[in-house]
Design a protein around this ligand. Structure first.
Ligand code: 5GP
Length: 182
């Protein structure tokens, strides 16, 4: 059985983190830890949530071909470390939690990658989740909502679109999608 490269995209605050935690707790899955130039949020740990690196270090890795994909998102750079993913794929399904531009780069390089987009039931619901999380300013919340339209415009490039209106059901749906693929 070949392991899958699974990409989960969707607006910030849609619940991807919780979905991933649930998948990881079932075994057979590894999460790719991305590099980012943004600052850590409260509760985030270097090497676990992200590798928090400088712009200089990011550019150096980029020039050396160290990223499977990379993109800029709200003034910050994000990239998936190539080596980590290739190593992990030998033993586990690897989950990448990345935004749409990066996801499409991965699909080009690995056409067999499984692209899943997670969406909130509606815009008001997403706004409520972002406010509850409390890590973004009002302006940032506005930007993230605007970003939703862009992400929605790319939904046809994804293999599956899952609406997260019930976490248990969403996790089950995603597990079934992956099982069917493996
Ligand atoms: P946040 O700053 O809220 O953690 O993430 C912002 C966006 O960047 C999210 O949509 C997240 O999925 C995406 N992201 C995180 N890591 C990567 C990465 O390595 N590559 C790309 N392209 N996007 C990423």
């Amino acid at each position: 059985m070949k392991n899958s490269l699974i990409i989960l995209s969707g607006p910030s605050g849609v619940g991807k983190g919780t979905i991933i935690e649930r998948l990881l707790s079932r075994g057979g899955f590894a999460l790719s830890v991305s590099c980012t130039t943004r600052s850590p949020r409260k509760g985030e740990t270097d090497g676990v949530s992200y590798f928090f690196i400088s712009k200089e270090k990011f550019n150096e890795m980029l020039e050396n071909g160290g990223f499977l994909e990379h993109s800029r998102h709200f003034e910050n750079y994000y990239g998936t470390p190539r080596k980590f993913v290739e190593e992990k794929l030998k033993t586990d399904n690897v989950i990448l939690e990345i935004e749409v531009d990066g996801a499409l780069q991965v699909k080009n390089a690995y056409p067999e990658a499984l692209l899943i987009m997670v969406l909130p039931p509606d815009r008001a619901e997403l706004k409520a989740r972002l406010i509850k999380r409390g890590s973004e300013s009002e302006e940032q919340i506005g930007e993230r909502l605007a970003r939703l339209d862009y992400e929605l415009s790319k939904r046809d490039s994804y293999d599956f679109v899952v609406i997260n209106d019930d976490l248990e059901k969403t996790v089950k749906d995603i597990e079934n999608i992956i099982k069917a693929r493996n």
